[in-house]
Design a protein around this ligand. Sequence first.
Ligand code: SF4
Length: 172
Amino acid sequence: MKIRLASDLITDSIVDGPGLRTVIFTQGCKHKCKGCHNPQTHDFNAGFEVKVDDIINKVKTLKLQRGITLSGGDPFEQAQPLIKICKEAKKLNLDVWAYTGYTFEEIMKNDNPNHKDWIELLKNIDVLVDGRFIQEKKDISIKFRGSKNQRILDVKRSLIEKRPVILKQYQD
Ligand code: SF4
């Protein structure tokens, strides 16, 4: 199985969730948010393909990282390979954050063709930062989010309660 990425893994990030984190920048995004900081990640044919097993092997060699963060692009466009990677990260006691332009409510709608994979991916994510980037709601003072409409969600509780549950320790 392969995954299409926008760049090599970035280690030691401190802006994509708490602690030192390794970020996986996936390639491909449909949302076209005005003011997006990573427009080069939109094209589904750009970037490069890599074997999922190679990414897993890299994750296994990580040192001093609290977790991994799925970013992009939109990671939800490549749910299947990411499910595999997240499962391995969990075995290594790494926590998993993910950024997506989709809202929790959109992901939960069972009339979309990706529903099954998206739910499976969610089950392997601890924290989801959801929603498109809205330039008018941009705020550089807020942590881990680009714009104020985005939410930092406790995924486990959100799945149990079937509603978006905000993680108050990161978002007031
Ligand atoms: S979801 Fe993220 S990567 Fe996609 S257009 Fe919006 S800001 Fe850019």
